[in-house]
Design a protein around this ligand. Sequence first.
Ligand code: SF4
Ligand code: SF4
Length: 371
Amino acid sequence: MNLTKRLQCYAREIGLELIGLAGVQPFTSAQEVLWERRRRGLYNPFAPANIDLACHPSRVLPGAKSFVAVALSYYQGHLPRPEGYRGYMARFSWGQDYHKVLGLKLDLLQRFLRREAPNSQSLAFVDTGPFLDKEVASRAGLGWFGKNTLLITELGSYLVLGGLLTTIGFSPSVFEQRECGTCDLCLRACPTGALIAPGILDSQRCLSYLTQRRGYFPPEMRSMLGLRLYGCDTCQEVCPHNYRAPITPHGEFFPRGQGHWPDLVKLLSLDKQGFKALYTGNAAGWGGRTLLQRNALLVLGNIGEPDLLATLKESFCDPRPLIRGHAAWALGRLKNKRALQVLEGGAANESDPLVKEEIRSALKGFSGISP
Ligand code: SF4
Ligand code: SF4
């Protein structure tokens, strides 16, 4: 068995469902497209910051000859939604942090290559690394770019991508290129119109990105968030290539303590310690407590039930201005006399200019409503 075959067998043995090989020639067409997107303000903020470096792999690892692209599926199937006031987590964040899960397997793969070719060198990457993981995966024949900008494979698109850049020269994988055809389900399903054209995403309108970005959530996007607490799966849920996606064999991707539909009232009550206990090691945990609690307030505002008043009132007194500001917005969505009184009381005592502005906007929504 040659090294390529042995590598493929070993990858499957350690649970990597897809593996492909590719050359390291510069990604010249991707480079042009990405610079154009950056100029238009459409460059994905989570993509590599240095476009030119990302498009010239051998500048990152001198002597590099091949990419080993791999994918790990995380599709968990349909799990029941618990009762109560809950917010939806995107599937990638249900279980353990995927960087860690894939990182451990890449580590094993690196050791394997070092054993097989002791003088070789390799660099591992998951989505936050210096490379264009989807471009690499596509070049290695793992799948093709869907109109939702994600890589569509024989296992669907609920996949964590990554790989190795290595000085070992492998023959590139042979594959047949596919595309979406006339389907446009994802473009029509996107709640914010973030997919502005097939394969082009405006990150500033994408709820997945916005729920992971810190700071004030854009006011015009808040109601479109619906029940999404972290991430957004809509353009994947509607994709026909995911209808029969196999359930992941990796137990690490199934919900842990915090659940896949966390209880929002409980989430808001978590102090630093409580948050750490529930979210350390989870992909949603890295953004921190304030980010998830901010999102929880937006979802509660979208639920808008009067009996949430006590919870929102408590957040409206939080020492963190960002939490008070989003609690003000959520109180404004209750549109009842008691919420109005809480907001008016807060307006008198608030000193933070951004929170004051949130209160003013929330109060405007009460005009015409009889107390
Ligand atoms: S993740 Fe959600 S908001 Fe972003 S493009 Fe897909 S459907 Fe639209
Ligand atoms: S929903 Fe249709 S258009 Fe969108 S990525 Fe899937 S196959 Fe392509």
